[in-house]
Design a protein around this ligand. Structure first.
Ligand code: ADP
Ligand code: ZN
Length: 753
């Protein structure tokens, strides 16, 4: 028997199969993780068996597989074919794709199964004889602790873990050791699974009867699961319409049919509250996968899935690779979230992997959102996905009423504070009614830029082309790209005059101004600055839901998914913060954010109100969000994309060059851009020319980052039959020049800065 093995080394030169002989005494299966001799000196390396053959025409001596590392294949056949597909479609190393399918710690033997030490009474003597022998002639125990251990074990009549005995008897390790030496106890080991707790208290939902819209959504998903044709459904449900309940019912049906389910949730929404809801419904069938788990927990949760002990995986992006062999359903909640796109190689999107796995296994794919991505809704309207809608909130609760406040008028009326008169009034009412409020601003720090009033100089980071943010609590200026900090200047570094002024509000300032206005009100703040400590995120959310504060201030961290029944007021402090970002999706992102934050209000029986403060009250993103009009927004934005030739009408790519010497970079970026364009036009020929739109090399919106200059070539491609071969050419071109110039090719980059 011969094995085709890929070595676990991420390098293009060895990213291929090597043939090894499988010795008679080893039984090896495809997907197995093995040790093999490799390279000069035959160092032991880890590798993965991708296939086996019985015959081989090799006229060179083969090396032997040394041994299997785990007793079962760590990769399933479907995962191996998925990895080949990724290699081809994302132009990544095969081994990099395979590495996504197993826990990182499995490689290199950094984590092992946890064996729990247990002991039981031996059968050399009866328990009575043992107890007697541990006493003196008067019947008093000579070795008191040993006596207690034997007594405990004889009463429980079972095997017990050493940890439990220690806990029970307040430390009995040396007594246990002595009893083992005496031959009274035998020692065993059992494999245990480390379970993430804390992610724990199961909060059961009330049992509810589905409304008509939910029922037909569930029925449609069940039909798709029964067809086993890998179809995709898009669930567009307004905030609070009971999407999670639909997911749960579909998962129940999936499990009943003997199949397994994956549920993807954005990392930030994987709170104890979310996990608890799933755990309450599916108890031990649930395995949770996210980055806050310890290495051991992650490994064990993965193994529970692989070994069939858990049949539902709930996790962030990478849980899409969960090793199920009978997948029936994949759910992607908040499918519009940018975090489903991986920003490191392989640069995959979880929904693309899901589409592929669904097609391979016949599982149904359910995408859900209150604000679907333009691309998904486009596919739903063109019949590629089946559209399901939940147009109303549950129990006929009204959508929150959204008011727009024009901050220009507010300024003319003499109010140059952060809070409009209207928002102040509603906050006051909210507090006196004993309700809670949320204040949203997508910028952290105190002031977002610092400048000199005499000469206009804006204080920038030394390494990056952006202004420094003033952090009042920390007492310094900080760069939000590279993290560099600088002291607060008392004079302008350019003109030397003492007229330093701070502009642009951040969350820190919102908190301070709120305290000034409402000294008795308690506020919590959630942004990357306050959430650095482990557990801070979960603690703040649960403190707020217990009512320990009346206001929650935060960045987009607070916008998503959370369900706080007592929140009746949401204030968007400055809706313009995301509008001015130079990205073709900034309108879409602003609409999504506003709709999501607004959705936090009025989720219980008390109607909610939303105040959106803006300098652009007529902006379409704001108008459509005010009216909760997703279809209107979709039609508007789609027309804009068509005019400007952006996705979904085109494939959008960016080739980003970076380097320390700006002039040289601009020059060579220009040269490469032209060479690539010539090669592409060559491939496309005269009739295909109009399918390509290439912009000449120009500085990226952030011209300098961490000391490196950045230039970009933007490419738009109309989707045609030849898109794949055009993409291949671009990938190959980039790979060929990667060493001469640091270049990064991004297909549909999520971050355009
Ligand atoms: P979404 O995910 O769409 O924002 P959720 O699924 O979180 O909404 O549902 C919001 C709340 O409504 C939850 O507390 C849920 O238990 C409840 N709920 C869901 N469906 C129903 C229903 N048919 N009747 C009453 N309450 C429901
Ligand atoms: Zn910087």
């Amino acid at each position: 028997m011969f094995a085709e093995i890929i070595i676990d080394i991420a390098h293009a030169n060895v990213d291929r199969l090597f043939t090894y002989r499988v010795p008679e005494e080893l039984s090896i299966l495809p997907g197995q993780h093995v040790l093999v001799p490799f390279g000069h000196g035959n160092a032991q390396k880890e590798g993965f068996v991708l296939s086996l053959t019985e015959t081989l025409e090799a006229d060179y001596p083969l090396k032997d597989v040394l041994r299997a590392i785990e007793p079962y294949p760590v990769l399933l056949p479907e995962q191996i074919s998925l990895a080949y597909w990724m290699q081809k479609n994302y132009h990544c190393l095969l081994v990099d794709a395979l590495r996504l399918m197993i826990p990182a710690q499995l490689r290199g033997g950094r984590v092992h199964e946890k064996i729990e030490r247990t002991v039981s009474l031996s059968r050399t003597l009866t328990p009575e004889e043992m107890l007697r022998s541990l006493c003196d002639s008067s019947g008093k125990p000579r070795a008191k602790k040993q006596h207690e251990v034997v007594k405990l074990l004889s009463e429980s009549g079972l095997e017990m873990s050493v940890a439990d005995i220690n806990a029970f008897l307040g430390g009995a390790s040396s007594a246990i050791g002595a009893l083992i030496r005496r031959g009274y106890l035998v020692e065993n080991g059992h494999v245990t699974f480390r379970r993430p707790d804390g992610a724990g208290e199961a909060i059961a939902d009330k049992t509810v009867a589905l409304n008509a819209a939910q029922q037909s959504a569930v029925a449609a998903v069940n039909e798709a699961m029964a067809r086993r044709d890998g179809s995709t459904l898009l669930l567009h449900g307004v905030t609070g319409s009971g999407k999670t309940e639909v997911y749960m019912r579909c998962i129940e049906a999936c499990l009943r049919s003997g199949r397994e389910a994956i549920v993807l949730v954005p990392e930030i929404s994987l709170t104890p509250q979310t996990v608890g809801r799933f755990r309450a419904r599916f108890s031990d069938e649930i395995a949770v996968l996210h980055s806050r788990l310890s290495a051991g927990e992650r490994f064990d949760e993965w193994r529970r899935i692989r070994l069939g002990r858990a049949r539902v995986a709930v996790g962030a992006r990478s849980a899409i690779f969960a090793p199920f062999s009978a997948l029936g359903l994949i759910i992607i909640d908040e499918e519009h979230e940018a975090s489903y796109q991986s920003e490191t190689a392989p640069r995959y999107h979880a929904a693309e992997i899901a589409l592929r796995r669904a097609a391979e296994t016949g599982a149904a794919l359910l995408l859900g959102s209150a604000t679907p991505s333009l691309l998904s809704y486009f596919r739903a309207t063109s019949g590629r996905y089946q559209l399901l809608t939940l147009p109303e909130r549950v129990m006929h609760r009204p959508m929150p009423e959204v008011e727009i406040v024009d901050m220009r008028q507010e300024f003319l009326a003499g109010n140059n504070g952060i809070f409009s008169q209207r928002l102040q009034k509603l906050l006051r009412e909210c507090f006196s009614d004993g309700r809670q409020a949320m204040l949203f601003l997508n910028r952290r720090g105190y002031s977002t830029f610092v400048s000199c009033r005499a000469c206009g100089k804006v204080i920038q980071c030394e390494n990056c082309d952006i202004s420094m943010t003033y952090h009042k609590n920390a007492g310094l200026l900080r760069c939000h790209f590279c993290g560099a900090s600088a002291p607060i200047p008392s004079r302008c570094p350019d003109c030397g005059k003492p007229f330093i002024k701070y502009f642009g509000i951040g969350t820190e300032q919102v908190e301070e101004q709120l305290r000034r206005l409402f000294p008795d009100v308690r506020a919590l703040r959630m942004d990357t600055d306050t959430m650095r400590k482990k557990g801070a995120f979960d603690q703040t959310l649960s403190a707020f839901s217990r009512g320990e504060a009346q206001v929650l201030i935060g960045t987009q961290m607070i916008a998503k998914g959370h369900d706080f029944p007592n929140v009746t007021l949401v204030g968007v402090v400055a809706a313009d913060a995301t509008l001015c970002i130079p990205d073709y999706r900034s309108t879409e992102r602003t609409f999504q954010l506003l709709t999501q934050v607004a959705g936090r209000a009025g989720r219980d029986d008390n109607p909610g109100r939303v105040v959106v403060q803006t300098y652009n009250p007529n902006h379409p993103a704001i108008r459509f969000a005010k009216n909760h009009d997703y279809p209107g927004f979709f039609r508007y934005e789609l027309a804009e994309r068509r005019k400007a030739l952006f996705p979904p009408y085109t494939l959008f790519l960016r080739l980003l060059f970076s380097g320390p010497d700006e002039a040289a970079l601009a020059e060579s970026g220009e040269r490469y851009g032209r060479a690539l364009e010539a090669a592409l036009l060559d491939l496309l020929g005269s009739e295909g020319r109009q399918d390509l739109l290439m912009l000449s090399c120009s500085p990226a919106p952030i011209r300098k980052k961490q000391g490196s200059y950045r230039y970009q070539v933007l490419i738009k491609l109309l989707r045609t039959k030849r898109t794949a071969s055009v993409l291949r050419l671009i990938y190959d071109f980039e790979a060929a020049h990667r060493n001469e110039l640091f270049a990064l090719l991004e297909v549909n980059p999520q971050d355009m800065l």
